[in-house]
Ligand binder design. Structure first.
Ligand SMILES: [Zn+2]
Ligand SMILES: [Zn+2]
Length: 165
């Protein structure tokens, strides 16, 4: 799957199976994305490849460590390597093509904006799971195949025991 920024300078490719997606509703992601949430995924570094425009990328890092990489020309949020992990974070809105993708979890549902009232599907976390667990859920087929009804019963709880393999 290929993706690019608004001005088409920054381009990248994700190899392998289509990743699962998550949405983060925290206040930082709201500002970064300018909307209710950020929709993204993480992919293994070996499955991620820059195709062009890396030199256009600027990076903003908050004192807390939250990092936002963006295209210096058009301002689109672009992928960035996650610190101390073998993963690259990819903002889903940059993908081109019509591949069917699925949101399997929502993070920081306890921090949703008052106007963020859409019904959520998938596993809901009050904050977020530990990094390796988070990445595993996004790669795992099971995360997308779990019982939806059971998951909504656990809305707001960081209870993911059923998804442990
Ligand atoms: Zn751009
Ligand atoms: Zn967030």
């Amino acid at each position: 799957m290929r993706g690019q920024c608004l001005c088409e300078a920054v381009k990248f490719e994700v190899l392998g199976a289509a990743p699962k997606l998550y949405q983060c509703h925290c206040s930082l992601c709201r500002k970064q994305g300018g909307s209710t949430s950020n929709t993204g995924t993480v992919v293994a570094s070996e499955n991620f490849r820059w195709l062009s425009g890396q030199e256009r990328i600027s990076s903003f890092v908050k004192a807390t460590g939250f990092r936002s990489d963006f295209c210096s020309t058009c301002g689109s949020t672009v992928p960035n390597p996650l610190r101390n992990t073998p993963y690259v974070w990819v903002p889903t809105g940059l993908f081109d093509g019509s591949e069917k993708l699925e949101i399997v979890m929502h993070l920081y549902v306890g921090s949703r904006a008052s106007w963020d009232t859409a019904e959520l599907s998938g596993t809901l976390f009050e904050t977020m799971p530990e990094m390796n667990e988070f990445a595993r859920l996004l790669q795992s087929d099971r995360a997308g195949q779990s019982d939806r009804a059971g998951q909504s019963d656990r809305a707001g709880r960081a209870d993911r025991a059923d998804n442990d393999s």
